[in-house]
Design a protein around this ligand. Structure first.
Ligand code: PLP
Length: 388
């Protein structure tokens, strides 16, 4: 009998080691891993360069408090700001912590401007911003909030794609709009570029902040470092996590100068956030991701994968309803039972993960090889062919 609190519907399978895009299970089988710890293992398992980087740091220094200067943090922050819209970075440990910090920074900005009542955040119904008490009420999915009342106030909602509903929901008290650039858990729903541009314009017009949650779709997953880069817009606040640590817990919030002006010493903190061990991995992930052609390859492989999946879809239109996504953040929206489909893929040695709207997520490591994508395609086609 497991002594782990029963909060996950776990599969029986467990793994003893990983290498690149593959996981090796205790049952002796080898699996192609297109779950990648849910978009976390961005450079695959047991990446030699990441191992060397963390090993080197682990012999020098693991942790010091943020009351001291941490050079490894300065380095990663500098690189994140040089490569993006951001002027400043605050390090956290996870996605939920990063999205909550993002909400705090937005509120503090208006507080510091003498508008303390401008403190509400407008989010999409059934989105996903994490599992902490505020983040679940920001996400507003029935399943996530049930039993966890009282409701945390300060969040308003509109439906995905409902432009009129969005405009109507903005009041004098709205401080920010917070959306995932591509909804991950919500079913790989891409917000089109013209909508992102519209969101930026709307925020400018109403003088409110734009928070783009890139915890899942960011850090190269979409084929650009940030998914919003496709729309050529600049948000004000961006929480990231998942892929930036390559498997080590690491989150961050990127902000522009304007938002940064609302914060001062003592207004936010995190004991572990940005410790030298985490920073060594974050810096190593950045080294690899900003090598020439790395992101271009993610984009190319993503296009190829989606093109081939659409071919399978047209062969099996009663099984696959729609192929969604960008880069290597891909969703198969199914006509058939999702859990059964995921189990059949698993039986054929391919690991995937569910999302809302009957979607199966395909999230290979960003350095996945073309022949590994082809193997994944072969398994998916086989499962479609035999599916009953
Ligand atoms: C996973 C996720 C989070 C929460 O991250 P945790 O590290 O699990 O706390 C927040 N936002 C988005 C978009 C996510 O996909």
């Amino acid at each position: 009998m497991s002594k782990i609190l029963n909060t996950y519907n776990r599969k029986k399978i467990s793994f003893t080691k990983g290498k690149g895009s593959y996981l090796y299970a205790s049952n002796g089988k080898k699996y192609l891993d297109f779950c990648a710890g849910i978009a976390v293992c961005s450079l695959g398992h047991a990446n030699d360069y990441l191992i060397r980087s963390i090993n080197k740091q682990s012999k020098k220094l693991w942790h010091v408090s943020n009351v001291f200067t941490i050079p490894e943090q300065e380095k990663l922050a500098k690189r994140l700001t040089q490569k993006t819209f951001a002027d400043y970075v605050s390090f956290q440990n996870s996605g939920a912590e990063a999205t909550e910090a993002a909400i705090k920074f937005a509120r503090r900005y208006f507080y510091s401007k003498g508008q303390p009542k401008k403190n509400r955040v407008l989010c999409i119904n059934n989105s996903f911003h994490g599992r902490t008490i505020a983040a679940i009420f920001a996400s507003n999915s029935k399943k996530a909030i049930e039993g966890f009342g009282p409701k945390v106030d300060g969040f308003d909602h509109f439906n995905f794609g409902d432009h009129k509903g969005l405009e109507k929901a903005i009041t004098k008290r709205t401080a920010a709009i917070m959306v995932e650039t591509i909804l991950g858990e919500g079913g790989i729903k891409v917000i089109p570029d013209f909508c992102l541009k519209g969101l930026r314009k709307l925020c400018n017009k109403k003088k409110i902040l734009l928070i783009l949650d890139e915890v899942q779709c960011g850090v190269g997953r979409s084929g650009k470092f940030f998914a919003f880069e496709y729309a050529k817009i600049k948000p004000d606040i961006v929480p990231i996590a998942k892929g930036i640590g390559g498997g080590f817990p690491l989150g961050a919030v990127l902000v522009n100068k304007k938002v940064a002006s609302g914060m001062k010493p003592g207004t936010h903190g995190s004991t572990f956030g940005g410790n030298p061990l985490a920073m060594s991995v974050g810096n190593a992930v950045m080294d690899v991701m900003f090598k020439k052609d790395f992101l271009k390859n993610v984009s190319k492989n993503g296009k190829y994968f989606i093109y081939q999946l659409n071919k399978i879809k047209s062969k099996y239109p009663k099984i696959i309803k729609e192929v969604r996504g960008k880069g290597l953040l891909i969703g198969l929206c199914l006509h058939v039972n999702q859990a059964k489909f995921i189990q059949k893929l698993l039986d054929n040695n391919l690991l995937t993960v569910r999302a809302a709207e009957n979607v199966v997520r395909l999230l290979p490591p960003l350095n996945v090889k073309r022949n590994e994508i082809n193997l994944g395609l072969k398994i998916i086609e086989k499962v479609c062919k035999k599916f009953k």
